[in-house]
Write a protein that binds this ligand. Structure first.
Ligand code: FEO
Length: 167
């Protein structure tokens, strides 16, 4: 693979790692603020992002590239409430999707069909994750600041997420 593609994949390793740590911080905030359902959801999202990162690390190594395990900046760990938490979630997923689209574009420019093929898994994954983040934020926007609505959202989030994944 070309050095520019290798660099992009290393950047992506960093973005996935950052997302994993961000979601861990979001899970911890939710835990500390009594939103146990939301905490479970983000603990699980954090694990998923870690798997996305590891999959890239293994791929770059298999292809004989050089992996750079990145230094990360501290994630945002304080939130005004659930609405801000889920806005951050959606924005994070949109950012990751944009970076993946950029890699796909560069793969086509460099005629690297092997990496292009590998990245298709991420394209599909991002479609699902972004759709889920949008659905959850839409629901919170309907609920607004209603505390009993937040209580029900916390209770039902894992069921909502599971049903979204079956669609
Ligand atoms: Fe692996 Fe949702 O970014």
């Amino acid at each position: 693979m070309t050095t520019s593609i290798e660099q992009l994949l290393n950047n992506q390793i960093k973005y996935e790692a950052q997302a994993s740590m961000q979601y861990l911080a979001m899970a911890s905030w939710s835990d500390a603020n009594g939103y146990n359902g939301v905490a479970d959801f983000f603990y699980s999202q954090s694990e998923e992002e870690r798997l996305h990162m590891t999959k890239l690390v293994k791929f770059v190594n298999e292809r004989g590239g050089k992996v750079i395990i990145p230094e990360l900046k501290a994630p945002k760990s304080n939130f005004e409430g659930l609405n801000e938490l889920f806005e951050k979630f959606l924005n994070s997923e949109i950012f990751v999707t944009e970076q993946i689209n950029h890699i796909i574009y560069e793969c086509l420019e460099h005629k690297d069909y092997n990496v292009h093929n590998f990245m298709q898994w991420y394209v599909t994954e991002q479609l699902e994750e972004e759709a889920m983040a949008r659905t959850l934020l839409d629901k919170l926007n309907i609920i607004g600041n209603d505390k009993s609505g937040h209580y029900l959202f916390d209770r039902d989030i894992n069921a909502i997420a599971a049903s979204q994944q079956k669609e």
